[in-house]
Design a protein around this ligand. Structure first.
Ligand code: PEP
Length: 252
């Protein structure tokens, strides 16, 4: 079953508006000939609209890094799925480990945000992953099972088709320690099996599962060669055009 590879760049809290616009102008040029893979950029909220203007009619899509689960209301500082869509987003990241760690994101809030985003026509990239301590205690699979069950609870099969899962072991994010391609593949296979148990094999075979955690030009090819790795979510190496373009152009 062929799944279109998805390469997503998470710019976190980096880049002012002029910096973001300059970067995406250069990226657009650098990857203009790429067609067989989907490319998504997630700048900060204030950069979304200016970046959307640059990537109009290009092969780059736009994601937010977070979203709220209400349509509108007195929720100071929050942003709804409809607002993100009006700003040019087709995706939102949900449940990134930094949001879980610093901003109280839980599997329950991931679930509410995922449902609301999907109802509002946004595709979601739901992040899951274990800490080093959890891995060392051999709890990786039980943690991931809980995150998948809690985060995706109650989604319909149609909604699941718009879900991308990003497996990001916390110990590999921003640390320079990448999971080996074999370690990642083992976990991706587990995640696909979990989805298969809940939603059936056909849907699980269609679901894209990304790897994230210190992805760089020098490890992308090995990761993408694995059967169950359908793309990557890239932090640090997405900030520079040269490295991100090389990742986008991974070799089969
Ligand atoms: C991330 O932010 O999702 C990430 C994986 O970061 P890095 O690539 O820098 O480890």
């Amino acid at each position: 079953m062929s799944r279109t590879p998805l390469i997503a760049g998470n710019w976190k809290m980096y880049k002012t508006i002029p910096e973001a616009v300059e970067t995406v102008e250069q990226l657009k040029e650098a990857i203009k000939d790429v067609s067989s893979r989907e490319v998504v950029i997630a700048p900060s909220f204030v950069c979304l609209f200016p970046v959307a203007e640059v990537i109009r009619r290009s092969n780059i899509a736009l994601a937010a890094q977070n979203v709220f689960w209400e349509d509108e209301g007195a929720y100071t500082g929050e942003i709804s799925p409809a607002m993100l869509r009006s700003g040019g987003c087709t995706y939102t990241i949900i449940g990134h480990s930094e949001r879980r760690q610093y901003f109280g994101e839980t599997n329950e809030s991931v679930n509410k945000k995922s449902k609301k985003s999907l109802e509002g026509g946004l595709k979601v990239i739901v992040c899951i992953g274990e800490s080093l301590e959890e891995r060392e205690k051999k709890n990786t699979f039980s943690i991931l099972r809980t995150q998948i069950e809690g985060g995706l609870r109650g989604l319909t099969a149609d909604q699941m088709r718009e879900v991308v899962i990003a497996y990001e072991p916390i110990w590999a994010i921003g640390t320079g320690k990448t999971a080996t391609a074999d370690q990642a593949e083992e976990v991706h296979q587990f995640i696909r099996n979990q989805i298969g148990e809940k939603q059936g094999k056909e849907l699980s075979e269609k679901t894209r599962i990304l790897y994230g955690g210190s992805v760089k030009p020098d490890n992308i090819d090995e990761l993408m060669a694995k059967k169950n790795i359908d793309g990557v979510l890239v932090g640090g190496a997405s900030l520079k055009v040269e490295s991100f373009a090389r990742i986008v152009k991974f070799l089969f």
